[in-house]
Design a protein around this ligand. Structure first.
Ligand SMILES: Nc1ncnc2c1ncn2[C@@H]1O[C@H](COP(=O)(O)OP(=O)(O)OP(=O)(O)O)[C@@H](O)[C@H]1O
Length: 253
């Protein structure tokens, strides 16, 4: 067996003033796409931070990829407002020591890969929400990460743009050899079942991994996949599991 891209084993996080989150076990294989779903406050973002090595568990073990090969994408695009799209995407390469020319050449290719080859000179405020998120994706992928962590990246976008970005993400993932592992936090059950090969449901009351669900069908998805009964059935099963993971009324997240 290959080494996992990242793993949490019995990981517990204690924050002051609330019951501990976990223990959580989660193994992400190289090239795998996993969705993390769960009620608000279940610890999805915390699990991503553990996987990224940005935070250490209070108990248990978190094994993450080399930090130089991990990329994070947040809900807000977090672009530098004063810099154009090309400079935003080039930044992580420059920070890791690439020459300016090399960084700009690779950033330009990454922008083209997300369909923004003609917007390299645009500042973030001149971009739509969907375009800004594409720039964020390009910035994350330009470093060719082994592990890509996405924390509700498309939540603020309209449903058409969101679907397009998921297709883009699948295409970019499939084009890389070896493919990066992706862990994707979402509140959207359909989004999880469409995007991922597997979903992990975190329990709202304890932050434990309450259930795991393998999703049917090939990745990237074939045209019309959302209408397929296999897809619809998987969405229903995950929605039921998510409902079971809701904390009982009166338990504060
Ligand atoms: N740095 C911190 N200090 C104290 N408490 C924290 C910290 N980070 C998270 N928490 C608490 O831990 C719990 C889990 O937070 P987390 O953001 O991981 O949940 P989540 O599942 O991502 O939630 P959401 O879906 O609302 O984004 C919450 O109760 C939160 O208030």
């Amino acid at each position: 067996m290959a080494e996992p891209a990242a793993a949490l084993r019995g990981a517990v996080v204690r924050y002051p003033g609330r019951s501990p989150l976990g223990p959580i076990d989660l193994v992400v294989d190289p090239g795998e796409i996993v969705a993390l779903v769960g009620p608000s406050g279940a610890g999805k973002s915390t699990a991503l931070r553990l996987l990224a090595g940005l935070e250490r568990p209070t108990e248990g073990v978190a094994t993450s990829a080399d930090p130089r090969h991990v990329a994070f994408v947040f809900q807000a695009p977090t672009l530098m407002p004063w810099a154009d799209a090309l400079a935003n995407v080039a930044l992580p390469l420059e920070l890791s020591g690439a020459s300016r020319e090399e960084a700009r050449r690779r950033a330009s290719a990454a922008l083209a890969a997300v369909g923004l080859g003609d917007r390299a000179g645009a500042r973030p405020r001149q971009l739509s929400g969907g375009m800004a998120m594409r720039v964020s994706l390009a910035r994350a992928l330009v470093t060719e990460p082994d592990l890509l962590l996405l924390d509700e990246p498309f939540a603020a976008l309209d449903s058409v743009t969101r679907r397009r970005l998921i297709e883009d993400l699948h295409r970019l993932w499939a084009a890389r050899a070896p493919r990066p592992a992706i862990v994707f936090v979402t509140h959207g059950v359909e989004e999880a079942v469409y995007l991922a090969a597997r979903s992990v449901v975190l329990d709202g009351a304890t932050g434990r991994a309450a259930s795991e669900h393998d999703h049917p069908g090939p990745l990237p998805r074939p045209p019309g996949w959302r209408a397929d009964p296999a897809f619809r059935g998987a969405v229903e099963r995950l929605a039921d599991a998510l409902a079971e993971a809701m904390p009982p009324a009166g338990v504060a997240a």
